[in-house]
Design a protein around this ligand. Sequence first.
Ligand SMILES: [Zn+2]
Ligand SMILES: [Zn+2]
Length: 362
Amino acid sequence: MPKVDHYSVLGVAHDASVDEIRSAYRKLARQYHPDVSSAADASERFKEITQAYEVLSDPEKRQRYDMFGDGDVGGMAGFGIDDLFNTFFGGTRRRERGPVRGADLRLEVELDLEEAVTGAERAVRVPRQETCDRCHGSGAEPGAKTSSCATCGGRGEVRQVQQSLFGRFVSVATCPRCGGSGKTVDRLCRDCRGEGRVHAEREVSVAFPPGIDDGQQIRVGGQGESGMRGGPPGDLYVLVRLRDHALFRRDGDDLVHVLRISPAQAALGDELSVPTIDGGEASVKIPGGSQHGQSVRLRGKGVPRLHASGRGDQIVYLDVVVPRSLSKEERALYQKLRALRHTPEKAEDEGILGKVRDALGG
Ligand SMILES: [Zn+2]
Ligand SMILES: [Zn+2]
């Protein structure tokens, strides 16, 4: 890299004022801007001009440049603090030649409540990057000639000498031509165009254990994206979303179900059948004197406990529905009941209405 004097690049005197520097830069930048100029070295000149202006327009940088002279400071343009720091402390010797694990993938799957109860096996479509079959991940067309990379001489990394205020620094970066492998081939793989990986969509069978709940995820080991340069594949994570059910609302391992009954059934008690999540029916005994909002528990008719034994309960909420229209006979009976009792009993528990409202979410 030839050392260039910033003052002569801009064509200004060493004691030029800031205004003089600015106007010199404007003139030259317009002349050599790569979009405008047809000169072969336009972009190179433009870079020089810009670099010179960056240093000389900043009083602090200009002072340093004047003190150390000979263009060292100029080398710092575009040389960030991080680069400098890392060159000092050897932080960025990134070598990307070794195996790299494939990325993890995340998918969502919707399940019915029944499937969460019984457990389910589902084929899930997974779009992902896989090792190319044609080249086995090398990126080279089968039969292609391999040679040592001319850019890095087969080392896989390139050294860049940079001038800075503190002296010369050597930074090491992955070779941009061979991507760090140290080798180049004369023909790239036809299927993956040298990437070593191809896009594929696979069906992966995912097992959801009984008791799985909304928001939980299943990890399927090794079903993420393929690794690179012999690295292991990533994992697949499947997030479970439960669909709402027409009859049941899940509450942990319990299933809540609402049963409508008449005032007479509440007062006298009854034995009724209710649907269960297994698709069958269960008999539920309503005790006489049941109040609206009370519940009856059906033990073991809920959701199986995840990775444990036993099941939760089915909780049957009693919804006492007062008839909106009455037949002639019913009207006569209700009139009789009204005549028999003018004032209702005192509630056993003053707080019961509040509890009901909580239970029904009202
Ligand atoms: Zn390939
Ligand atoms: Zn290389």
